[in-house]
Design a protein around this ligand. Sequence first.
Ligand SMILES: [Zn+2]
Length: 287
Amino acid sequence: MREGRPTSGEAEAVAAAPLPGTVRVLMYHSISPAPAERGFRRYRVSPALLDEHLSALAGAGLRAVSLTDLLEQARLGRDVSRLVALTFDDAFADFTDHALPLLGHHRAQATLYVPTAHVGRDAGWLGARHGRLPLMDWPELRAASASGVEIGSHGHWHRELDVLPAREVLAEVQLSRALLEDELGTAPQSLAYPFGYATPVVRGVVHQAGFASACAVGYTTTPVPGLDPFAVQRLLVAPGTTPEQLADLLTGRQGVEATLRRWTRPAWRTARRVRHRLTGSSHVRAA
Ligand SMILES: [Zn+2]
C-alpha cells in the first residue's frame, strides 16, 4: 500500500511516475465478448477492453512481460519500474481466439497458467453453475508456447492446495509439471496457486517440486526488497477496470490496495472462510 497519496487536485499536476522497486503482476482469466453467467462475470474481460488495457500500458511507458522474465530482472537487480507481468489463469479456450492475437498485436508477453487435468476438456472445477467453459487443448497450448507465451502450472486438478496434506500437494504439482514438460518440451518455471491459496508448507512443496516461482492473489503488488518468489502477489483485473484506472494504478497515481478492493470485491473468499469454519471443508467454486 502506498502512503501519501495525492489528493485529486494534486494528482492532475503529478506526471505519471512508475512505482520504484515494485513487482507488478496483472491477473486475467477469460477473454471473451460473450456474456458471462452471473457468478463468473468478474473473471471475464472483453477483447475490446483487453485491447484498451494493452494500449494504456504502452501509453504509460510500461512493457508487458512474462512472470518469469519480470522476476529474473528483479533478481538481477535491474530496474523493473517500467515492466508489468501479464498472467492469464485457467487456459480458457478463448485465450487462443481473443487474447493471443491481441498480445501479438501489442507485442506484449504473458504467462498462461494451466490446470493440466482439464486440458482439452472444460473447467470442471467450477461445476455446472457457469455453463460449460472449454479449455485449450495441447496443440493450442503448444501453439501459444511457440508464439512466446510462457506456460506455467495451475496445479493438476485445480484443487485448493492449502487444505491438502503435503504429500498430495506434491503429487498435484509434480504431475502437472511432468505433463507440461512432456507435452511442451520445457519444464514450467512458474505456478499459480489454484484459487490463490497457499501456506508456507505449500510454498515449500512447490519449491521442492522444482518450480522457481509461484503466484497468489493478493490484490496488491510485491516490493522487490525481500521478495519471496513463491509469494508473488497479483492484481485481479475486473471487467469494470477502465484503461485509465489501470494506467494510474500501475504508475502510482492511485493507492493500489484501496483501488483493487473497489474493483474486485472478493465475496467468495469471505464465504469460503466462513464455510470452512462452519463445516471444516470448503467447496466454493471460483476460477
Ligand atoms: Zn484458476
